[in-house]
Design a binder for this molecule. Sequence first.
Ligand code: PGA
Length: 250
Amino acid sequence: MGRNYYIAGNWKMHKTRAEATELAKALVSQLKDGKHQYLVAPSFTSLEAVGAVVKGTNIRLGAQNCAAEEQGAHTGEVSVLQLKDLGVQTIILGHSERRHVYKEDDQLISKKVKLALKHGFEVILCIGELLEEREAGRAEEVCESQTIKGLEGISAQELSGIVIAYEPVWAIGTGKTATPEDADAIHAFVRKVIAKLYGKDAAEKIIIQYGGSVKPENAAQLMAKENIDGALVGGASLKTETFVPIALFS
Ligand code: PGA
């Protein structure tokens, strides 16, 4: 397999600057010989502090969201220009908490994806079905639609800046993980969707992370699957004791 594993920690709305700095320092030292690709995404308020710690290391700096406009009268929003200024390299977009709690729709997410790529960021585009959608047999349909709409207007060349994270909403923060087989089936399906849009080569190359209650106990089994190329980790990314074993899995 030509794809590298990519393990990302989404710290969500946790940690003060001091706490975030401490965790980042510990990760820099414990992951320095790690063989995979790594990223941490702290809150906006800790980006500068964490950025100073991870600069020049094998850990990328990610933001958890951005505004859909470059600048202007958008109270409470943070723009791509401001993120670039802080050294952010990657932006997570379309996270289920943004979609379902903050009501971001595919159109808004697509606008953000385009803007982030235009400014040279890598984008982790999150997709995933709700429990009732899975139970109704609609998981593939939902993931297909979110993928197509999230990538609308993105050229084949720009696709190299996209990572997809499949995060079944019912598995996020619930302790329930998709079985490696169920997750791999959706990853394989999403790869087919990408093949239809961009061709087979692009589909083979794109990194598809799994997210939703990834823990040290299940990380290796998930990533052993052919189509699972890494993880987007929430809860378990907040402590070295749980994130480092996931990040160093072999
Ligand atoms: P979790 O979150 O690992 O806490 O389930 C994953 C995510 O939301 O990215």
